[in-house]
Design a protein around this ligand. Structure first.
Ligand code: 3PG
Length: 210
């Protein structure tokens, strides 16, 4: 199974912003306990690379890097143990460096032109970011007409109230967001609160599971 298939099978991608790498283990514990062993750790903080390393070394969480903007950051993320690379937009240099490393790229695309450009780069799955302000689930449905084979991972402005709208769209492979792992809960070491948010999201994404 490809890494991207493993990722999308979970149907949810928790987007993590960690200020302190020392919180990485607590976060990973909560994700595993909540039934969602997946983390996109964004390269927005100085702690990110070390946090990716800590989570990757555990071996029980499918960890990737988010907010990857340059080829050099792809190198940094992969060296730290990132198994996939997420970007807010699509840049050829980032996608090509991911291919050189053999890790999947999940770059952002929200317009027909951007989706077409992603197809030209050989991608079959893109992040749809920022989802809420780019037309939401209705826009993804509309893009499916010309781009029926493209899969989307909407992220940005999604939470418990609108998660189902996105998951109901056939071309949505998974939904990303920070609502499952709010930075303030992580910083407060609120493990129980995190497990609650994560397991609620998992229950909403997999209603058939017992
Ligand atoms: C991202 O980087 O994908 C977004 O910041 C996550 O968006 P959200 O905080 O609205 O979930």
């Amino acid at each position: 199974m490809t890494t991207l298939t493993q990722l999308t099978q979970h149907r949810l991608v928790p987007v993590v912003v960690l200020q302190d790498a020392a919180d990485a283990s607590l976060l990973a514990d909560a994700l595993v306990a909540g039934g969602l062993p997946v983390a996109e750790i964004t390269l927005r903080t100085a702690a990110a690379a070390e946090a990716i390393r800590i989570v990757a070394d555990r071996g029980d969480v499918l960890v990737g890097a988010g907010t990857v903007l340059t080829a050099a950051q792809v190198d940094q993320a992969v060296a730290a143990g990132a198994r996939y690379v997420v970007s807010p937009g699509t840049r050829r240099a980032v996608v090509e460096r991911c291919a050189e490393h053999g890790v999947p790229a999940l770059p952002g695309a929200v317009t027909a032109t951007e989706v077409q450009a992603a197809l030209e780069l050989g991608l079959d799955t893109v992040k749809f970011f920022p989802a809420g302000t780019s037309g939401g689930a209705a826009a993804i449905k509309a893009l499916a007409a010309p781009f029926g084979d493209m899969r989307f991972v909407p992220t940005g402005g999604i939470g418990p109230a609108n998660l189902a709208d996105y998951l109901a769209v056939p071309t949505v492979a998974a939904v990303g967001g920070s609502w499952m792992v709010p930075p303030d809960r992580v910083a407060a070491h609120d493990r129980a609160g995190l497990v609650d948010l994560i397991s609620n999201a998992v229950a909403a994404a997999h209603p058939a599971r017992p």
